[in-house]
Design a protein around this ligand. Structure first.
Ligand code: FES
Length: 351
């Protein structure tokens, strides 16, 4: 036996006890999945021990046995046969799910605190030449991240500073510069930008308006401006702007994504990615992280268990942890999206 047996094409969700040892089956032959029953004896496989860190620790033990980060799922199951399935939006059960069209303060509410926020229907505030609105905050049910949308008509923005939070920006339209602690970076649409705790920043538009989504993690209640820019720039982490590069794509069945801001450039708290969803509907699934998803191009439908709603470019989906959902691209060209997940560093892990 050279290759492990696929015990299940999805991970196993478990809640652990502090100090208890869990022996994960790596060969896939155990009848006590995801745990070892010594079926591996006589093979080259060995179980992997994990000790629970605290009561109620939530983990996803790999079921497909293809993970590179055993005992935990790393998303490898998405690329095995049956690991990432499509769903039929016109199945009898799906046709019974009603479409939400009504808005509550620019939000269309779905199940479990999930909502779709429309930047075109939002109320805005102004700070100098920066028009901004709250997309995600604790007041709207978020536990970990906040997100703001801002439009800079021209010139230099006021100085923004989110204290000791990690800040992740996505330029959705326009080009210009972001200046972080006195260091200037050229930015263009679809670039991801990382601002470290304690640093302040300004944005500057080249000519036309520059539009950006600003995520602060942990959550900030509102946009934060300062009269006194900080000169702090953590030079140990010099790379702050990450652009789309097709060479850096990861496949997830027919979908693909690229990491923008992640731990490789020092962001250990929030993770940002950009991806493409082809004309299809994914099978419903969950994540252990809280997620925001910005629709950059195309249109689609976002589904939770008992409700669904249409989405278009400029909308943001807020998805709490563990809410079952699926994303459908309804346009033949598919959709481009950008997401921020927290806590977590791998957007391909689902169960
Ligand atoms: S279940 Fe094996 S990598 Fe996800």
């Amino acid at each position: 036996m050279n290759a492990p047996v696929v015990a299940k094409t999805k991970p196993f969700y478990k809640e652990l006890k502090k100090g208890r040892s869990y022996l994960w089956c790596s060969c896939g032959q155990s009848k006590r999945q995801p745990f070892c029953d010594y079926s591996h004896v006589g093979t080259a496989f060995e179980p992997v021990t994990y000790v629970g860190q605290y009561d109620g620790e939530e983990v996803l033990f790999c079921g497909c046995k293809q993970t590179g980060t055993g005992p935990f799922c790393d998303g490898a199951h998405n690329n095995i046969l049956g690991g990432y399935r499509d769903d039929d939006p016109n199945s009898p059960e799906n046709l019974l799910i009603p479409l939400v069209t009504e808005m509550d303060a620019a939000r269309k509410m779905l199940d479990g605190g999930c909502y779709v926020f429309s930047t075109t229907d939002a109320d805005y505030q102004s700070e100098g030449n920066l028009r901004h609105t709250v997309v995600i905050s604790e007041a709207q049910g978020a536990q970990y991240q906040s997100q703001f949308y801002a439009e800079l008509e021209s010139g230099l923005s006021p100085v923004m500073s989110f204290g000791d939070r990690h800040v992740v920006l996505l330029i959705s339209e326009g080009s210009g510069q972001v200046v972080i602690g006195g260091q200037s970076f050229d930015v263009n649409a679809t670039d991801g930008i990382y601002v470290r705790p304690g640093e302040s920043f300004v944005i500057q538009s080249a000519d036309a308006a520059l539009k950006t989504f600003i995520s602060a993690c942990p959550a900030a209640p509102e946009m934060m401006f300062t009269e006194q820019p900080s000169s702090t720039f953590e030079a140990d982490w010099p790379q702050r702007v990450i652009s789309v590069d097709p060479e850096k794509r990861h496949s997830m069945a027919a979908r693909f994504f690229q990491m923008l801001v992640d731990k490789t450039i020092g962001s250990t708290v929030a993770t940002q990615f950009i991806g493409h969803i082809p004309f299809s509907k994914a099978e419903p699934h969950r994540h252990l992280y809280e997620e925001s998803l910005i629709v950059l191009t195309g249109k689609g439908c976002f589904w939770t268990d008992s409700l669904k709603t249409n989405v278009k470019a400029g909308d943001v989906i807020f998805l709490p942890r563990k809410v079952r959902h699926s994303f459908e691209a309804t346009d033949e060209h598919g959709m481009d999206v950008a997401g921020v997940i927290y806590p977590g560093d791998n957007p391909s892990i689902n169960y």
